[in-house]
Design a protein around this ligand. Structure first.
Ligand SMILES: [Zn+2]
Ligand SMILES: [Zn+2]
Length: 237
């Protein structure tokens, strides 16, 4: 186990004292979530980032094209501003944590009917399985451990970022100096030696000692978090 000290679990960029974080949305379970999703008066919003919803999301959900949670909040508020009073705002995320904050934020911003999926997609999938509830989630749930994703339905909704073939397997570029997270099919994995680009392939072909020399003093975290938006990846939807 690794323990890291952080000021906040979720980097949301919000000043907590500027609104009442205890005024959260109404928590719903899988069955209640399905019923709300079927309601035509509901707008369902995916509170996760683009690389997460890319491989799986709820039917008819709005999936904001954002890199961070922080960035998504004002965009969603603006896009839905005319529906604050009459529509149900139904939100979900991976494990329910982001929604704890987002729902209070949207209520503060004047949304009247705010609902959040309790325990997120992880708990939804568990309830669907154990209680025999209809599954309305398509594809994979992106997770932050080495699996990178948990399959929830058989549909593959994403494409290999290198050739465009149907694929929803996230990998990290094997070049230690890169580690870019992206979607790569088996064929491209073989052809590219598990690299994101020919540049990384060339570095990988160097002796380890030389690779280490090249890495010295460089930081790759910005590249990692491009997550599929890197210009080296040729296939864009
Ligand atoms: Zn491919
Ligand atoms: Zn790479």
């Amino acid at each position: 186990m690794t323990i890291k000290v952080r000021d906040k679990i979720v980097a949301d960029g919000l000043v907590d004292s500027s609104f009442d974080v205890t005024q959260k949305g109404k928590h719903v379970n899988a069955l209640e979530f399905n019923n709300l999703l079927d309601n035509e008066n509901t707008i369902c919003v995916d509170m996760r980032n683009h690389y997460e919803s890319e491989i799986g999301h709820f039917q008819n959900a709005i999936t904001p094209d954002v890199d961070t949670f922080r960035e998504s909040l004002p965009i969603i508020e603006e896009d839905l501003s005319e529906h604050k009073k009459e529509k149900n705002l139904l939100m979900y995320c991976t494990g329910g944590i982001r929604c704890e904050k987002a729902s209070a934020y949207f209520k503060h911003k004047g949304f009247q009917n705010v609902y959040q999926l309790e325990g997120g997609i992880i708990e939804y999938a568990r309830q669907v399985k154990t209680l025999g509830i209809e599954n309305k989630f398509i594809g994979k749930n992106f997770v932050f451990d080495e699996r990178r994703g948990e399959r929830i339905s058989d549909e593959v909704i994403a494409q290999c970022h290198q050739c465009g073939a149907p694929c929803d397997t996230h990998v990290n570029c094997i070049n230690e100096a890169c580690h870019l997270l992206f979607i790569q099919c088996k064929a491209c994995q073989e052809k590219m030696d598990q690299c994101c680009s020919t540049d990384c392939q060339e570095i990988l072909a160097l002796p380890l000692e030389q690779q280490r020399e090249l890495r010295k003093g460089t930081h790759n975290s910005n590249k990692i978090f491009k997550k599929g938006r890197s210009e080296v990846l040729k296939f864009k939807q």
